[in-house]
Design a protein around this ligand. Structure first.
Ligand code: SF4
Ligand code: SF4
Length: 300
């Protein structure tokens, strides 16, 4: 199963993708069901890119920490030449099949990732050069092993999206996708983001536990001015945390001010850093003094 959650430039040469960009009102002929001869075929060779909401749903379903989920079920990859981090579903040890595949089908079906829901469609976001907003379209993937295209059922893409429950997934990841698209369409002009920004991107996108701790820490709340209600939701609701992540990343990656900075916070941070540096210098000086005394004691 190939994952197509992407901008059009990513379509691989010789891909099984039908080259027309489709709209929600377009019809497709497709049905997937347990009795079909190719049942599970699409899950035997996976390439599934995960979104922040995909990870949150899997994490809640499997009752794992972010760290456990990332270690057991994902693989990192770079989404672009600047090393923007992405994560994919990790297949079974030494194989290509999905770890969630069982004889009866998908063991996390109700919480399966967006790409699995969309298949055999791919969600394509396109931003034409010189335009500020993106357009959404769909691409049909026809892989030889998938017999669902021969089934006698025709429906619109809108009906298929409703059936597969993708609207909620799209809604909750829209801002995050826009960020990625914006970064890609900006091309090399934007330059490689600093390592710290890429680390923040990873944490805000994929490690919700760690990001939640970060954005509710005293230091963060001393830097950014957040509404009390928002602070409360960030402490208790990880869905709010991933939504906030896209907002913060917009600010960090593109300088779009979406969150007010506490006045004087930068100066205070610089003062704290200076004080810390002074403490470290003092410690080093004392250590050097102690070493000299010890050396003198040995010599006498
Ligand atoms: S998560 Fe489920 S639907 Fe998606 S590849 Fe794995 S087994 Fe298949
Ligand atoms: S019809 Fe296609 S999507 Fe359904 S089980 Fe077969 S290969 Fe997978």
């Amino acid at each position: 199963m190939v994952s197509l959650m992407s901008d059009k430039s990513d379509i691989p040469y010789q891909s099984p993708l039908v080259p027309n960009l489709l709209a929600e009102s377009d019809l497709i002929q497709f049905r997937c069901h347990k009795g079909i001869a190719c049942f599970n075929e699409c899950c035997r060779n996976i390439d599934i890119t995960l979104t922040p909401y995909d990870l949150l749903r899997l994490k809640q379903r499997l009752e794992l920490s972010s760290k456990e989920l990332l270690n057991q079920y994902t693989l990192p990859f770079e989404m672009d030449a600047h090393g923007t981090p992405g994560v994919k579903l990790k297949p079974v040890e030494g194989g290509t099949a999905c770890q969630f595949m069982t004889e009866d089908g998908c063991s996390v079906y109700e919480d399966r990732p967006t790409a699995c829901r969309y298949y055999p469609l791919g969600l394509m976001s396109i931003r034409k050069s010189g335009e500020y907003s993106d357009e959404q379209g769909f691409a049909l993937v026809k892989e030889d092993h998938c017999l669902g295209h021969n089934e006698d059922r025709t429906l619109t893409i809108q009906e298929y999206r409703e059936e597969q429950g993708v609207e909620e997934y799209d809604e909750l990841t829209r801002e995050w996708r826009r960020l990625i698209l914006k970064k890609k369409s900006a091309g090399p002009s934007i330059g490689k983001p600093p390592e710290m920004s890429l680390q923040l991107f990873f944490m805000a996108s994929y490690n919700v536990d760690q990001f939640q701790q970060f954005v509710t820490s005293e230091q963060f709340l001393g830097t950014y001015q957040l509404e009390p209600d928002l602070i409360e939701s960030l402490k208790t609701d990880q869905l709010e945390v991933i939504k906030f992540g896209a907002r913060l990343l917009k600010q960090v990656l593109f300088g779009e001010i979406t969150i007010e900075v506490v006045s004087g916070a930068t100066e205070k941070r610089v003062q704290r850093q200076k004080a810390r540096a002074e403490e470290l210098r003092e410690l080093a000086r004392k250590q050097a003094e102690a070493d000299t005394k010890a050396a003198e004691g040995k010599g006498s």
